[in-house]
Write a protein that binds this ligand. Structure first.
Ligand code: KIV
Ligand code: NA
Length: 264
């Protein structure tokens, strides 16, 4: 199948069709999700929590993001691969954002970047787009700013809906090819979607966005602990892996494995 490009996602919005996005951080998950038809793979800075074991997304570095990006692009054949600009890699200036994004594209081989932030970052989005770097904007709850936002909280309620619309419009005017919204009331997300011509992607933003995204370990049940309200688990990978490891351990200890068929 033909490679997914940003114009295909924009055509989906115009046609009233939807697309799916999942995070991926390594070659096998990238391959599996790509072959399953997931249109967009996100090398999320959520790798900080979900792969590296940090408490937040803040500690992950650009160098680490490049390693994960390279693995995902090695596994993906068809999907559009988008990488997050991690905390500290773009805030200082459009020049810093370009330098970081060029590394993600040149060394990580991703096709686009995602950047957290509102209208304040419109000049950065414009500079990136002019430089040949497609940008997915990320508004609503932006995890890199959790210490300003006061933790994981729904954004854009009531009077703040208009600010979110204004942010989205400014980012799209600056060239953003899509706008991702995290933890936003469904009516606000619908108003943002109606105000812009480019596709929207939601996570905890209701069912009117063009696309949806989930963290794969949440979606596949690899992670335990408290799940956000917006997560749906489609598999129980943790149980499957735990059962496999337990059985392997028992067979090794009892001498059942390796059998004659595994022996030279
Ligand atoms: O890093 C991430 O996983 C994200 C989400 C929006 C899925 O940015
Ligand atoms: Na992210």
């Amino acid at each position: 199948a033909a490679k997914v490009r940003t114009h295909h996602l924009q055509a989906a919005k115009r046609a009233g069709e939807k697309f799916a996005m999942l995070t991926a951080y390594d070659q096998y998950t990238a391959q599996i999700f790509d072959e399953a038809g997931i249109e967009v793979l996100l090398v999320g800075d959520s790798a900080s929590n979900n792969v590296l074991g940090n408490e937040t997304s803040l500690p992950i570095t650009l160098d680490e993001m490049i390693v994960f990006s390279r693995a995902v692009t090695a596994g993906a054949k068809r999907a559009l691969v988008v990488a997050d600009l991690p905390f500290g890699s773009y805030e200082q200036s459009p020049e810093q954002a370009i330098a970081s994004s060029v590394r993600l594209m040149k060394e990580g081989l991703v096709h686009a970047v995602k950047m957290e932030g509102g209208a304040y970052y419109a000049p950065t989005v414009r500079a990136l787009t002019q430089a040949g770097i497609p940008v997915m904007a990320h508004i609503g709850f932006t995890p890199q700013a959790e210490h300003v936002l006061g933790g994981y909280r729904v954004q854009g309620r009531g009077e703040f809906a208009q600010t979110m619309i204004d942010d989205a419009v400014a980012l799209v005017d600056a060239g953003a090819f899509a706008v991702l919204m995290e933890m936003v009331p469904a009516d606000t997300a619908a108003a943002v979607d109606a105000a812009i011509a480019v596709p929207t992607v939601g996570i905890g933003a209701g069912n009117t966005t063009t696309g949806q995204v989930l963290v794969w370990q949440d979606m596949a049940g690899l992670r335990t602990g408290k799940m956000a309200k917006f997560v749906k688990q489609y598999a129980q990978m943790r149980t499957i892996l735990a059962d496999a490891a337990r059985e392997y351990g028992e067979e090794v200890r009892s001498g059942v494995f390796p059998g004659p068929e595994h022996t030279f």
